[in-house]
Design a protein around this ligand. Structure first.
Ligand SMILES: Nc1ncnc2c1ncn2[C@@H]1O[C@H](COP(=O)(O)OP(=O)(O)O)[C@@H](O)[C@H]1O
Ligand SMILES: [Mg+2]
Length: 537
């Protein structure tokens, strides 16, 4: 399909101020989208309250408004500019929420503005937990079981219901899943608490007992703008995956990238170390997620553009739950774009104005069209950057509320190389697997810090491996997939081998064939010069 000719002027809503947990990545996606639309000859109107962004540079859009992002101001801009369409999916959650409000207040109808990319129904279906549940159950996808509550009293009642799986399906009027086995749990804990309509998991948490439950529900109710919480079955310790999906108007669907979370469910993807492509799925398991993602984007009805879908996979039996779908470009799509060279926001903008994936060239290959799924022969590791030194009183335990302030990305031939590169890209101490501070800490303390997720957990794992703690035991404590733990184990094994050469003279080492072999291996695994110096000097 050629470029649409029924629209000429497109409004793009930015994401406003940069706050922890969101926004900087939307400058990247918004800028890409503006450029892509201008390239196609559209007139681009941009609104963003944040002048410290690339997208508000004078030559990125045809007209730029640096104004507060609220409905009244947007209505004034729409009245003045009379855009034909809004592209709501490249400015993060702020842009999506504002677009829904503009539609609900009748402003889009009044000024005859079309939505391109995703319509209001699709946005709501993905964002409203209740509508999302119905949509998923309709296509036979399962989610963690959950109930909503608007008071502590109701939350306590719903907590009891969570113990009865069969009742859940009756409650929502759905057929039991095919492989259903009735289970009655002896305890409802741990349980996940999530306030409705907050971002980045804000106000949510995990309760392990009644005391915590009451405290956390009350706090969550306070955080929710509509005073509502979700009481949800926990799948802590399951493996977590994300798929970046794109769809065009001809209903072609491609998976740009699969991302695996090194940290299991229970740690926000924004705070997890993540790896692209997924490393521990069999082809069959990957195909199950791929097919599910295609079904989901179609059911939600995102017409064009990129979406991010999160899954949990039970490591014991491969059972898949859908966790959420973001019907827009996201932090993960920025990562997936950089990891694969497939510019998701740019392509999303072009799909929104009528092009189809088979008509757009792949930026990297130049020859193949964008309808081919990228395949990468390297590994990308994203490592979150925390700044707890700036918030000394904050609880450093990682959970379902995002706490990181940024991230680094590293590319390597292997997971090990990318992982070690990522650690040193953080520009913080320690920047190698050796963390001096842990040398004199008790084993008990080390294990505690592996069981309770925190920003330095991998360094505790390295130390445990050094002291001979088995992969099985570390798995039991952390639920980090054993394949990843084995990679860390191999790093420590090589470290131990190399440390046998500690203090030797260079002249001798240069002649030692065994040493040279180990040294080369260390280099291909991404050992930095500093790390080698720590081991050898
Ligand atoms: N039922 C659950 N059990 C355990 N962990 C969960 C559950 N649901 C979500 N999580 C964790 O919480 C994180 C945030 O949840 P998500 O639904 O993705 O919300 P957000 O909109 O904040 O991204 C997820 O990345 C996952 O690790
Ligand atoms: Mg999420």
């Amino acid at each position: 399909m050629p470029r649409r000719t029924d629209i000429e002027k497109i409004l793009i809503i930015g994401s406003g101020p940069i706050v922890i947990g969101q926004a900087a990545e939307f400058d990247y996606s918004g800028t890409q989208a503006c450029k892509a639309l201008k390239e196609e000859g559209f007139k681009v109107i941009l609104v963003n309250s944040n002048p410290a962004t690339i997208m508000t540079d004078p030559d990125i859009a045809d007209r730029t408004y640096i104004e507060p992002l609220d409905v009244d101001i947007l209505e004034k801009i729409i009245a003045k500019e009379r855009p034909d369409a809004i592209l709501p999916t490249v400015g993060g959650q702020t842009a999506l929420n504002l677009t829904v409000k503009l539609a609900e207040n009748g402003i889009l109808d009044k000024y005859n503005v079309k939505l391109i990319g995703a319509n209001v129904e699709a946005i709501k279906k993905a964002e409203d937990r209740e509508l999302f549940r119905q949509a998923m159950l309709n296509i036979g996808m399962e989610l963690p079981k959950s109930y909503t509550a608007t008071s502590l009293q109701e939350a306590i009642e719903k907590l009891k219901l969570l113990q009865d799986d069969e009742y859940y399906y009756k409650y929502f009027g759905y057929k039991l899943p095919k492989d259903f086995k009735p289970t009655k749990k002896s305890s409802p804990f741990p349980v996940i608490i999530r306030p409705s309509f907050t971002l980045g998991g804000y106000g949510g948490g995990i309760a392990y007992n009644y005391e915590e439950f009451k405290e956390k529900v009350e706090y969550a109710l306070e955080c929710s703008p509509i005073h509502e919480v979700l009481i949800e079955e926990s799948v802590l310790g399951w493996k977590e995956f994300e798929l970046e999906v794109m769809r065009d108007l001809k209903d072609n669907v491609v998976i740009i990238c699969s991302i695996e979370n090194f940290d299991p469910m229970g740690i926000h993807t924004g705070d997890s170390i993540t790896v692209a492509p997924a490393q521990t799925l069999t082809d069959k398991e990957y195909q199950i997620l791929r097919t599910a993602a295609q079904k989901i984007i179609r059911e939600i009805g995102v017409e064009t553009g990129g979406s991010n879908i999160q899954f949990a996979v039970n490591p014991k039996n491969g059972k898949v739950y859908v966790i959420e779908m973001n019907p827009r470009v996201s932090r993960s799509s920025a990562l997936a774009s950089k990891a694969t060279g497939f510019p998701i926001a740019k392509i999303a903008a072009k799909l929104a104005v009528g092009y189809t994936l088979d008509e757009l060239p792949n930026d990297i290959t130049k020859k193949t069209p964008a309808s081919f799924e990228p395949a990468i022969d390297y590994v990308v590791v994203k490592y979150p950057r925390f700044a707890f030194e700036k918030f000394p009183k904050a609880d450093k335990t990682l959970n379902t509320t995002m706490k990181s302030v940024g991230e680094v990305m590293a590319i390597g031939r292997t997971f090990k190389e990318a992982f070690l590169k990522a650690i040193r890209s953080l520009e913080m101490k320690p920047d190698t697997p050796i963390f001096e501070k842990l040398k004199n800490i008790s084993l008990e303390e080390i294990k505690k810090n592996i069981a309770i997720p925190n920003p330095f957990r991998v360094f505790y794992i390295f130390e445990a491996l050094r002291r001979g703690v088995s992969i099985d035991e570390i798995y039991d404590l952390s639920k980090i997939d054993k394949w990843f733990l084995y990679q860390l184990y191999q790093i420590i094994e090589l470290e131990k081998e190399l440390s046998k050469y500690k203090g030797k003279f260079l002249e001798d080492l240069e002649k030692d064939q065994k040493f040279i072999k180990l040294f080369k291996l260390a280099k291909t695994w991404g050992f930095s010069d500093k790390y080698l110096a720590q081991i050898l000097s």
